[in-house]
Design a protein around this ligand. Structure first.
Ligand code: UD1
Ligand code: CA
Length: 481
């Protein structure tokens, strides 16, 4: 837990985000498997605040439902009209009932790259300097649109001036307000009561609190972010994609420094919730999503998409799409394999080329090497399923289960019509349609008997190329005799 535990963190997320041009509220857009507001709330949680309040307004029901489902324990404050960032913070403090004793941290809901470390460092600097307010600032290449940090000749911060209210001289300033602050809660509440709306947007600016506190003789500080990209605010889809790229880079860099090989980072996409072990290898064109985990020495890709899938140590997954699947240690999957939810592959098992599986448990060393569909099945250990087999699990109304024992050998092109059970060590003949249980150790043959009708081609297709070939073959046999 943070040594400088704030009394509250306030996340501002009431704005509409018109520039996203979307039916989805801005803060619910996702990058790397998490909503924009979710990234901010996750960073805020690293401070272990007593209260975490998200100010909602535009599409508040949707944002509230998302927070309740994914981030239990966050409170929301309702801002009916977006009258400015100062007004939004006022709504949050009203929700809390009384002005918090201690530090209040304010962040915007649209800055998903902001890290918990940066927030922790801000809270620490704020406490160490005994400030009434500490603002997180950044030097940016292009400060257009941002609030500018105005300092006096001693370097002390005197005010934040919004772009629209700034003089040409102030607009030349490249140090900007990130929108992240640490405040003394009591002083914040007092100052918010004094914020006016006589600015170009007619809004209550949170940024005006700085000047108000300074004029009242309180300490005002600034902490410059080490990397200005962290405070990137998302206003449109170009920035959304840019933030996704930067966060993805950050996640892959962390993995690589921990001993994971990412062969081509530019073509690999990961979610924040993905975890790796040392010596995992990720090949190009691969997306690792949700709660996927790649264990030691496992190799994934190229061209694979895994969601909520665990790949155990030393497994090899090639050109595969998998969702909610578990791939055992040393197993081999692919190429061109589709593992659907509920697939569990045992250690050293195989799901080969053009194999689809769903809700299927495959035992240790068991192989389904080619062109098959395995749905709603349990297969024991060291069994081999012949090529082009289908587990016929659906009768048009309900799904049924197939159970196959250990050390079985089913023939190629089998239809296993569920519900059906094949006992341990049993064999089935190629081309069988298995509708009845097969006892352990038996050979099941379930197909029509072959019948050869001699001379049929010569009689029914006289003069055809086939008939000529048959005649030539008969002459060869005659000569040999
Ligand atoms: C704000 C800052 C600016 C800073 C910039 C950083 C003010 C007045 N300006 O400008 O100094 O450089 O952020 O990105 O604070 N919001 C509400 N209710 C409101 C208004 C805004 O909840 O009434 C929320 C928005 O949803 C958003 C955040 O506050 O998450 C920032 O609002 P936005 O309108 O984007 O402010 P900027 O003009 O970017
Ligand atoms: Ca903004």
């Amino acid at each position: 837990m943070s040594a400088n535990r704030p009394a509250a963190v306030v996340v501002l997320a009431a704005g509409e985000g018109t520039r996203m041009k979307s039916k989805t509220p801005k803060v619910l857009h996702e990058i790397c498997g998490r909503s924009l507001v979710g990234h901010v709330v996750s960073a805020a949680r690293e401070l272990s605040p007593e209260h975490l309040v998200v100010v909602v307004g535009h599409a508040s029901e949707q944002v509230e439902a998302h927070l309740a489902a994914e981030y239990a324990g966050t409170r929301t404050a309702f801002q009916a009209q977006q009258n400015g960032t100062g007004h939004a913070v006022r709504m949050a403090l009203e929700e809390l009932g009384q002005a918090p004793e201690g530090t209040v941290v304010v962040v915007c809901g649209d800055t998903p790259l902001l890290s918990g470390e940066t927030l922790t460092a801000l809270a620490a600097a704020h406490a160490a300097d005994g400030n009434a307010v500490t603002v997180l600032t950044a030097e940016v290449p292009d400060s257009t649109g941002y609030g500018r940090i105005v300092r006096d000749e001693t370097g002390a911060v005197t005010a934040i001036v919004e772009h629209k209210d700034a003089t040409d001289e102030q607009r030349a300033i490249r140090e900007i307000n990130s929108g992240v602050f640490a405040f003394d809660g009591q002083l914040l509440a007092d100052a918010l009561g004094k914020v006016r709306t006589d600015n170009s947007q007619g809004e209550e600016y949170l940024t005006d609190v700085l000047g108000i506190l300074r004029e009242a003789g309180h300490r005002v500080g600034a902490s410059v972010a080490a990397d200005h990209r962290e405070i990137l605010g998302i206003n449109n889809r170009v920035q959304l994609a840019e933030a996704r790229r930067l966060l993805n880079e950050r996640l892959l860099e962390r993995a690589m420094l921990a001993g994971v090989s990412i062969v081509d980072p530019a073509s690999v996409l990961v979610d924040v919730t993905v975890t790796f072990e040392q010596d995992a290898i990720v090949h190009p064109g691969t997306q690792l999503l949700g709660a996927s985990h790649i264990a030691e020495g496992a190799e994934v890709g190229p061209n694979s998409r895994l969601r909520d899938t665990t790949v155990h140590a030393g497994a090899r997954v090639d050109n595969t799409v998998a969702e909610d699947a578990e791939i055992g240690a040393g197993a081999k999957v692919g190429p061109y394999t589709y593992l659907r939810p509920g697939t569990r592959l045992g250690a050293k098992s195989k799901a080969g080329a053009y194999v689809e599986m769903k809700n299927a448990s495959i035992g240790e060393g068991t192989k389904v090497p080619h062109l098959s569909y395995v749905g709603d099945a349990t297969i024991g250990d060291h069994t081999n399923i012949g090529a082009a087999s289908v587990f016929v699990n659906y009768d048009g109304e309900a799904k049924h289960h197939t159970t196959i024992g250990s050390h079985c050998r089913t023939g190629a092109d089998n239809m296993l019509v569920a519900p059906v059970t094949v006992g341990d060590g049993a064999y089935t003949a190629a081309g069988s349609v298995i509708t009845k249980d097969v006892p352990a150790g038996a050979l099941a043959v379930a197909r029509g008997q072959q019948r050869n009708i001699e001379g049929w081609v010569a009689r029914k297709r006289p003069g055809s190329a086939a008939a000529q070939a048959a005649t030539a073959a008969a002459e060869v046999v005659a000569d040999e005799n």
